[in-house]
Design a protein. Structure first.
Length: 306
């Protein structure tokens, strides 16, 4: 609360994401259940001590959760695979009640939004069943989520990119596409930004600029030209002063490829040990998402599906 209020005092438009805690069974408020939690999944304490900020509309709860065969094997997952194994016949139908106990209840209890900070996996075998069920759960409850991760070098989950770093895991992309997203037009409302003026025609003495090279190019190309233009380009109109009024309380489903932003080493102003491109992608993606949203809607707020 002290950290969140300090941030809001400096920039009241920001959202404050509150992650759950990790830990083994026996956390305060869990009623002595024998269920284990993933790192950041346990929000039991919200029942007794919900987070209180100076502006409660800025508060978002952001648990993490994973399926079987990824980070940790939980007691409520099938314990093995292959011939002779006995699995929980209820899986994955047992999962929604478990998710509700661990973090889903918060939306009803506090009326605050939930955006899952991490979920993902190999999307094979039991994990595919788990992810399919979890996306159904997210859609049914109206929760948003960040998917882990973009790059393929996580041994636990893999990534959206395949091991060649060029091709995509199409099955994972199809899964993510099932999740609804908030239309930018609905954020802007009836006051979209002014259209940009047409680009100035290229100077007759200069060749037209080359197209940007693909993201994964075997022979990177130089972008544009290093020669100065004969005259400066036309000024871009300032849209920052335009007024976008009205309170837009809407359902938000940000889907960013990457991990959540945890374990910051604030003393040395760098990422903590174990950070990979997942975390960098998430940090940049979240910053760009928030910058775009707040530019067009300074009264941005998040609402939970009723």
């Amino acid at each position: 609360e002290r950290l969140g209020n300090a941030v809001l005092s400096a920039c009241p438009r920001l959202l404050i994401f509150v992650q759950g805690i990790a830990g083994e069974p026996g956390a305060p408020g869990d009623g002595g259940t024998a269920e284990g939690y993933f790192w950041g999944e346990n929000l039991y304490g919200v029942r007794a001590a919900p987070v209180s900020l100076v502006d409660q509309s800025r508060l978002v709860y952001s648990p993490h959760t994973y399926g079987p065969g990824t980070v940790k094997q939980q007691s409520y997952f099938p314990t093995c695979s292959g011939g002779g194994c006995k699995t929980d016949e209820l899986f994955p139908h047992n999962m929604p009640a478990i998710w509700d106990r661990h973090f889903g209840f918060v939306a009803q209890h506090t009326k605050h939004a939930i955006v899952v900070g991490e979920f993902g996996g190999t999307y094979m075998g039991y994990d595919k069943q788990w992810q399919d069920a979890f996306v159904d759960y997210l859609i049914d409850r109206g929760f948003g989520a960040f998917y882990f991760g973009l790059n393929p070098d996580s041994d636990d989950t893999g990534g959206i990119l395949r091991r060649d770093w060029r091709s995509n895991e199409e099955a994972k992309l199809a899964l993510i596409r099932r999740m609804p997203a908030t239309s930018v037009a609905s954020i802007i409302g009836e006051e979209p930004p002014s259209p940009q003026p047409p680009h100035a025609p290229p100077h007759p003495l200069l060749p037209p600029p080359s197209l940007p090279s693909p993201l994964f190019s075997d022979s990177p190309q130089r972008l544009g030209t290093d020669k100065p233009l004969a005259s400066p380009p036309p000024p871009v109109p300032d849209v920052s002063a335009q007024s976008y009024t009205g309170q837009h309380a809407f359902q938000t489903h940000p889907i960013i490829l990457g991990s959540s932003m945890a374990d910051l080493d604030t003393k040395n102003n760098r990422a903590g040990s174990g950070w990979t491109m997942n975390h960098v992608a998430a940090a940049l993606g979240a910053a760009l998402l928030m910058a775009a949203v707040f530019r067009y809607n300074p009264h941005f707020s998040v609402a939970v599906h009723s």
